[in-house]
Design a protein around this ligand. Sequence first.
Ligand SMILES: [Zn+2]
Length: 344
Amino acid sequence: MFKVRGFTPQSQQRQSLCNRLRADLRADSGNAPVFCPCCPLHLTRRRLIASAAALALGGAAAALPMQEVAPGIFVRRGEDADATAANGDAIANIGFVIGRDAIAVIDPGGSGADGARLLAAIRARSERPIRYVIASHVHLDHIFGANAFRAEGVEFIGHARLPAALAARGAFYRQHLVDLLGPTAAGDFVPPTRLVEDELRLDLGDRVLEITAHPPAHTDTDLTVRDGASGTFWAADLLFVGRIPVLDGSLTGWLATLAALKQQAARRAVPGHGPVSVAWPEAAADEERYLATLAREVRALIAKGVDIEIASREVGYTERDKWRLFDDYNARNVIEAYKELEWE
Ligand SMILES: [Zn+2]
C-alpha cells in the first residue's frame, strides 16, 4: 500500500519517539542547548530506535566497518586480542545477512557498545526488519551486544544448551565486562527465545539460512549457519584462522565435527576469528593440525603417567610460531584436553 510521506500513522509514532529522544538528550546534558540528531535527517522509526540505543550507551554509535564477503553478507573482522578497555571486546568476527524481506544478525557483538555499532552498520545499509539474532555460542565476545537489538522485536536464536550455559556463566561474563568497560558499555546477554536442537531453517525472503546445532566441540553450544544462496558457510568459532583455537567443549568432538563439516562444500567460510572470508575446507587445515597435535601429545603423556601440570608446559610447542596468542591459551587448552582424554 502506498502512503504519502508525512501523513502516515508512523509519522505520529516517529514524532513521539523523537520527542522522547530530545527529552533524553536534554536530561543527559543538563540545560545546555541540544541538537536532536534525528529530525534534520528525517529518520525513520527504526533508525530512531538505533539512535536511541546508541544514546543509551552514552553517545551516537559510529557504524562498525563491515566487509561484504558475498552479496548481502557483511562481516566485521574482530581484533586478534583479548578483551580490553581499548578494544571494547570487539574481538570476534560478527555480522549480518540481508534478505529480500528481513535481516538476520549472526553474533551481535562483544559488548553493548559493539552491538550498538553493529546495529548502526545495519541501518546504514538497510531498513528492512531485523528478524533474527543468532548466537553462535555462549562466549561473551560473540553475544554481549544482544541487548542493543531488543527494541527491534527480534527472535533470539540459540543452541538448545545455551540457556543452561548462560545460567552458569552469564553473570560472571557480565561482571568481567563491567569491570573492563563500565556498566553501560558492557552490554548483556539475552536468553534465546528460540532453541535449535538439531537444525533450523530461517527464510529471509530470497535466501534461507540453515542453522545447525553441533555436539560439544569448541563449546557445548555451537551453531553454524549456511547460506545456500551464496554458498557461504559461517563457521563461527568452530573455525579459528591465525589466532590459536580455544578449547572449551570437547577435543575429540571438535575433531569429529570438523571432519564432518569439511565434507560439505562451500564457496567460502567465515571464521569466528581471523580473516572475514577464507577458502573452505582448506582454511581448516591449520586448526585441524593443532587440535590433532594436542590430542596426540596429550595421549602420549597420559600413557606415560605424566602429570597434567607438566603436560601443560610440554604439549603443543611445535605449534608456537604458527598462532597468535599461543602463550595465552595453549596451556589452558592442554589442561582441558588432558581432563577429557584421561578418561578414555
Ligand atoms: Zn568462542
